[in-house]
Design a protein around this ligand. Structure first.
Ligand SMILES: Cc1cc2nc3c(=O)[nH]c(=O)nc-3n(C[C@H](O)[C@H](O)[C@H](O)COP(=O)(O)OP(=O)(O)OC[C@H]3O[C@@H](n4cnc5c(N)ncnc54)[C@H](O)[C@@H]3O)c2cc1C
Length: 428
C-alpha cells in the first residue's frame, strides 16, 4: 500500500464493488476526501451479471450511460420464461412499457470489466481506491465507529480514521457479521450452481441479449445470460436439499443433472463448450438487523441480499451506493454522524427490498404464476412489470392484495434501521 496515504479521511469505504464505487464517485464529486479499501486486485471475477431496466437511474446519476452504451456489454431488451418441457413464453420487451432510448435498454455485463469501470470512474472523480488491502476490523470509540484497521499485500497493517465508514463489502457483510446483525430470511433458503459456456446457442437480433429464466421441476430455475465474446453464464438455483438429492456432492454433477431437467437449456448448451470452474454458493439470503450505527453505514449486499431470481442485486447495490453517497455528504456537511440521520436512507431502501421480497416469495410459491394473475387481473400487468424492472419505491398495495389471493406474502421484517446509541455507551 502507498505509504504516503493519509491516515485521516472524510469517509472510508470497505469494498470497491458497485455499491462502494458508486458511493465513492459521488462523495469525491462533492469534494470529500474518500478512501476505498478493496481486498482484491481488479479486474476480478464476480457473479451477478444481468442488469434490470431501473439500473438506468443510478448509472445516469454516476454519469456512466454513454460509457455503457459504447461498451462491449451485450444489450438486453427482454426477459423470457421457459417451461421444463421447453415451451417458451413470448419475450417480454421492456420498450413495451418504458422509453426505448433510456430505461428500456439495459445490459448483460461481465463483472471483471464492469466493476473495474466503476472503480476507475470513482478514481477519475478523485476517490483513492487501494486494492489488495483488506479491512481487518472496525475501530470503535464507545458506540461510534471511527475508522478501520487494514492489512496490505505484504501483510503490513495500518489504521485509517474517518467520522464515517461505509460498509460495501458485499455478501460477507463485514460489519453486520462482526456486530452480530446478520439474520436469515424466515423462508428464502436457496443455493446456486453455475458455470460458463462458449458457442452455446443464442437468439438473433433484439433477442440476442435476452435473459432466459428456465424452470426445473420443484421450483428450481436456470438463468441463461448471453455475454460478450460468445460467452454464456448459466446457473441453476434451488434448495440445497433438492440439488444434492441422492447424495450428489460435486457442483458439476449437480449442474449436469439439472441441465437434463429442462429441454431448452439442454438444447441451447448442446452446441457449446463449457469452460472454467463450476461455482457453488451456500444459502445466500440475509438481512442486516441494522443499517449502521454512529459513524457506520451499510450499502449493497452488505446490507441485504435477497435472491438472484429477478436480477435486482446490482440495481440495489448501485442505487444504495448513490443514496449512501448523498446521505453521507449531508452528514459530513452537518458534521453529524449520529445513527438517526440515516433513518430515511434505511426506510427507503427497506421499502424497496420488501417490495422485491414479496415478489420473490410469490415466485417460489407453487400456486403462483404471473400468467394466472394477469389473466384474471390484466390491469395488474403494469405494476408487475414495474416491480420486476426495479421501480421498487412505489405503492404496490393493490398488487399485493391481488397476489395474496393466490399465495401468502410475508409481512415486512422489522429490521434494517440504524442502531441507536445505548445508554451505557456500548453498542451491541
Ligand atoms: C448466484 C447469484 C447470481 C446473481 N445474479 C445476479 C444478476 O444476474 N443480476 C444482479 O443484479 N445481481 C445478481 N446477483 C447479486 C449481485 O452479485 C450482488 O447483488 C452485487 O454484486 C452486490 O454488489 P456490492 O457492491 O454490494 O458487493 P460486491 O459486488 O460483492 O462487492 C464487494 C467488494 O468488497 C470487497 N471486500 C469484501 N470484504 C472486504 C474486506 N474485508 N476488505 C476489503 N474489501 C472487501 C470484495 O472483494 C468486493 O470487491 C447474484 C448473486 C448470486 C449469489
Amino acid at each position: 500500500m502507498n505509504q504516503e496515504l493519509s491516515t485521516h479521511w472524510d469517509a472510508i469505504i470497505i469494498g470497491a464493488g458497485p455499491a462502494g464505487s458508486a458511493a465513492a464517485t459521488l462523495l469525491a464529486e462533492y469534494g470529500h476526501r474518500v478512501l476505498v479499501v478493496e481486498r482484491e486486485k481488479f479486474p476480478r471475477y464476480h457473479i451477478g451479471e444481468s442488469l434490470i431496466p431501473f439500473t438506468f437511474h443510478p448509472l445516469q446519476r454516476l454519469g456512466l450511460i454513454s460509457r455503457m452504451k459504447s461498451s462491449c456489454f451485450v444489450k438486453k431488451y427482454s426477459v423470457q420464461f421457459v417451461a421444463p418441457n421447453g415451451k417458451t413464453s413470448q419475450p417480454f420487451y421492456f420498450f413495451n412499457r418504458y422509453d426505448r432510448e433510456t430505461v428500456a435498454q439495459t445490459w448483460q455485463v461481465t463483472r471483471a470489466e464492469f466493476d473495474q469501470m466503476l472503480a476507475n470512474h470513482a478514481r477519475s472523480r478523485g476517490a483513492v481506491v487501494v486494492e489488495e488491502t483488506k479491512v481487518l476490523s472496525l475501530l470503535r470509540e464507545g458506540d461510534a465507529v471511527v475508522g478501520v484497521e487494514t492489512q496490505g499485500p505484504s501483510g503490513e497493517t495500518r489504521v485509517f480514521r474517518a467520522p464515517i465508514t461505509l460498509d460495501a463489502s458485499g455478501k460477507e457483510s463485514f460489519a453486520s457479521a462482526r456486530l452480530g446483525w446478520r439474520m436469515r430470511d424466515p423462508y428464502l433458503n436457496k443455493v446456486a450452481v453455475w458455470t460458463y459456456y462458449r458457442g452455446a446457442q443464442r437468439d438473433l437480433g433484439l433477442d440476442e441479449g435476452a435473459t432466459t429464466v428456465a424452470f426445473v421441476p420443484d421450483r428450481g430455475w436456470f438463468w441463461y445470460i448471453p455475454q460478450q465474446n460468445d460467452q454464456v453464464s448459466v446457473g441453476v438455483v434451488a434448495e440445497g436439499n433438492y440439488l444434492t438429492r441422492g447424495g450428489v456432492k460435486s457442483p458439476e454433477d449437480m449442474f449436469k443433472r439439472e441441465v437434463g431437467q429442462n429441454r431448452w437449456i439442454e438444447d441451447h448448451l448442446s452446441s457449446g463448450r463449457q469452460f472454467g470452474p463450476y461455482f457453488l454458493t451456500s444459502e445466500y439470503t440475509f438481512h442486516s438487523r441494522h443499517c449502521g450505527c454512529e459513524g457506520l453505514l451499510l450499502a449493497g449486499d452488505a446490507y441485504c441480499f435477497l435472491d438472484p431470481v429477478f436480477s435486482s442485486g446490482l440495481m440495489l447495490a448501485l442505487k444504495s451506493g448513490v443514496m449512501a453517497g448523498d446521505a453521507i455528504h449531508e452528514a459530513i456537511v452537518a458534521r453529524d454522524f449520529s445513527p438517526g440521520r440515516f433513518a430515511p436512507y434505511a426506510a427507503s431502501l427497506r421499502e424497496g427490498i420488501e417490495n422485491m421480497r414479496k415478489l420473490v416469495y410469490a415466485f417460489y410459491n407453487p400456486d403462483f404464476s404471473f400468467r394466472t394473475i394477469t389473466e384474471r387481473y390484466p390491469e395488474m400487468a403494469g405494476d408487475i412489470t414495474d416491480c420486476l424492472s426495479g421501480d421498487l419505491n412505489k405503492d404496490y398495495t393493490r398488487l399485493w392484495e391481488v397476489i395474496r389471493e393466490f399465495a401468502p406474502l410475508p409481512d415486512a421484517l422489522p429490521v434494517g434501521m440504524p442502531k441507536a446509541a445505548t445508554p451505557t455507551g456500548v453498542a451491541a
